[in-house]
Design a protein around this ligand. Structure first.
Ligand code: 5GP
Length: 248
């Protein structure tokens, strides 16, 4: 068999990704304690499902281990979407799917109150919301997702009478990506350096927790779920690892 020319793509295997997610989950549980996930489709779906395995929570009432709900949103930056002009591709985010309103609720209090008073933001109010995607490249997609979810939550809170709103638990946001690519970002996020930075303003945290499985050089990453030939993907991944070991 011939040895193929290795390009500079990064090729994490399913197992590499699983291990990275498991490691990141420890800090996420300790620091943020998510109530639900919002997965950005399609790249965030697989990581969110794996992460859920590590984020089981004990139900206060039954004492049983409970899975976190996963909500899905669809955002498109790189792909052509109907009705999108050429200039918009790569610079603008287009919604292809958004939160399901009236969806199964996470922890309770805020959602029930929000539902009673009108506006629903897909069960986010009063919860610790973890946004999940596979990669943070230019940050445009994550910036859009965070800001739009925040807007929905603020609109819900505005629809609740002030005295009722005051008794709600705060809504907090975090982001998890498998890989954060080093390089210029096109958008900024108000990332907390430490939990001590967090301030709750009008019922919502004033910034966002940020977790990455790993930080990588700005090269293209081939994800296993994008591959038709997974055996070849794994073979090239092993080859690259062997070469790196030899070089070090
Ligand atoms: P953004 O530039 O907004 O941070 O990333 C937008 C989207 O581009 C990601 O959700 C992902 O679908 C795609 N993307 C960016 N960099 C990579 C990469 O290295 N590999 C793959 N497969 N997709 C990427």
């Amino acid at each position: 068999m011939t040895t193929p020319e290795l390009d500079d793509h990064r090729r994490p295997t399913y197992e590499d990704i699983h291990v990275m997610i498991g490691n990141a989950a420890k800090k996420i549980v300790e620091e943020f304690k998510p109530d639900l996930m919002v997965a950005i489709g399609g790249g965030g779906f697989f990581p969110a499902r794996v992460l859920r395995t590590f984020l089981k929570r004990r139900d206060e009432k039954t004492g049983k281990q409970r899975n976190l709900p996963i909500q899905a949103i669809g955002l498109s930056l790189y792909e052509q979407v109907d009705g999108m002009s050429e200039e918009m591709i790569g610079t603008q985010v287009v919604r292809t799917q958004w939160l399901e309103f009236g969806a199964p609720k996470a922890s309770g209090a805020g959602d029930e109150v929000a539902a009673r008073y009108g506006k629903d933001s897909g069960g986010l109010v009063g919860n610790n919301v973890l946004i999940v995607d596979e990669v943070d490249d230019s940050r445009t997609t994550l910036h859009y997702a965070y800001n739009e979810l925040l807007k929905d939550v603020r609109a819900t809170l505005d629809s609740i009478p002030a005295d009722v709103r005051a008794d709600l638990p705060p809504t907090r946001f975090a982001i998890f990506v498998v890989q954060n690519k080093l390089g210029p970002k096109r958008a900024e996020l108000p990332i907390y350096n430490s939990p001590a930075d967090e301030k709750i303003v009008d019922g919502v945290a004033d910034g966002v927790y940020y977790y990455a499985g790993e930080t990588t050089p700005p090269v293209w990453i081939d994800y296993p779920w994008e591959m038709q030939d997974i055996t070849e993907h794994n073979r090239l991944s092993a080859l690259a690892k062997a070469r790196n070991q030899q070089a070090n």
